[in-house]
Design a protein around this ligand. Structure first.
Ligand code: DAH
Length: 340
């Protein structure tokens, strides 16, 4: 019995075929009801009881090997292996993998980082879940300050000291607490406000904060930095204008408009006939904020600014509905190509 098993095993291992038909013939010879393996199983009855365990195992292994070999050969001749299939032209070019594209907000964020990077601004990030101190109090906005009403804050119900940050200005505080001037950095990131979702507002959006602290930093430095940014972002012919405004953490404060990039200041429906569109808030860092962050305000001064990435992106690409940024509709997303 053992010899017969061994011979058959050798036969199976040595078998090769040049076509489907030969494989089928081989299967019938070995594995069918009248095949050699079935014969061996029939004769198993005659094996002495003390040898049954060993021989039984060998028989099972033999059957498995035969089945595997036949499966492999069948697959080979039934088109599983392209190299054997004469109908496929291997010289044809392959199918292109569809490539994704960058999200428009990422494209514009990267451009902003690049533009400020060229004049020495580093990139810093801070937490999106923030404490009251960094989001408000250190920024000169104590609990009873009316400016808190300007931003509808998401508080964590168990702990009113923890908020989802409403502005990336909170990163200013982290940076000033953790490093010494000169500081020249921008902080892009996501912010949250409890707003009803519409074409113009959302409960999450993105801002970039800018901060420059050094000796003798002036409002003229701020103005020139923002003019440089606006020209790089919207084109050389862009003009800026600063209007007096209020923010708790800057004194003096301003809002900045750029000449409308669509009508070059003549007035169109994008700028609602004004010729100007607002893009950011800015000002000189309030000495009280420097003090809160342990920076000597008799030696150092600085400027800060904050802009919405969605707003810049909408202006750049003429997008009229903020919700498109968060729907992730590929028909919208695939229109944006970038090199950055
Ligand atoms: N944090 C302000 C906001 O969310 C934007 C801002 C205004 C940032 C003036 C500043 C600034 O750094 O100086 O509306």
């Amino acid at each position: 019995m053992k010899d017969r098993i061994e011979n058959l095993l050798n036969e199976i291992e040595a078998f090769t075929a040049s076509g489907k038909e030969q494989v089928e013939e081989f299967r019938i010879k070995i594995l069918s009801k009248k095949g050699k393996i079935t014969e061996l199983f029939d004769d198993f009855k005659t094996v002495a009881p003390e040898l049954r365990k060993e021989i039984g195992q060998q028989l099972n292994e033999l059957k498995n090997k035969a089945q595997d070999k036949i499966n492999i050969l069948k697959e080979k001749f039934e088109g599983g292996d392209a190299s054997q299939n004469k109908d496929i032209d291997l010289t044809l070019p392959g199918e292109m993998m569809p490539l994704g594209s960058r999200h428009p907000l990422s494209i514009v964020r990267n451009q902003i980082v690049d533009i400020f990077g060229r004049i020495g601004f580093t990139v810093s990030e801070g937490p999106e879940i923030e404490d009251d101190w960094h989001n408000f109090t250190a920024l000169n906005t104590p609990h009873d300050h009316p400016a808190r009403d300007m931003q509808d804050t998401f508080y964590i119900s168990e702990n009113p000291d923890i908020v989802l940050r409403t502005q990336t200005s909170s990163v200013q505080v982290h940076i000033m607490e953790g490093s010494k001037p000169p500081i020249r950095t921008i902080s892009p990131g996501r912010v949250y406000r409890n707003e009803a979702i519409s074409a113009r507002a959302h409960c999450q959006f993105h801002q970039v904060e800018g901060l420059y602290i050094d000796k003798k930093v002036s409002f003229a430095d701020l103005k020139q930095t923002l003019l440089y940014f606006s020209k790089e972002m919207f084109g050389e012919e862009t003009k800026i204008r600063l209007r007096p405004s209020f923010f708790p953490f800057t004194e003096i404060s301003a809002e900045m408009d750029i000449s409308c990039p669509f009508c070059a200041g003549k007035g169109c429906n994008i700028c609602k006939g004004a010729g100007w569109v607002e893009i950011l808030g800015c000002g000189m860092v309030d000495p009280a904020v420097l003090e809160n962050c342990k920076i000597d305000n008799t030696q150092y001064s600085g400027f800060a600014f904050g802009m919405g990435i969605e707003r810049i992106t909408m202006l750049k690409y003429q997008i009229n509905d903020l919700r498109l940024f968060f729907e992730n509709d590929v028909r919208f997303l695939k229109q944006f190509k970038s090199v950055i």
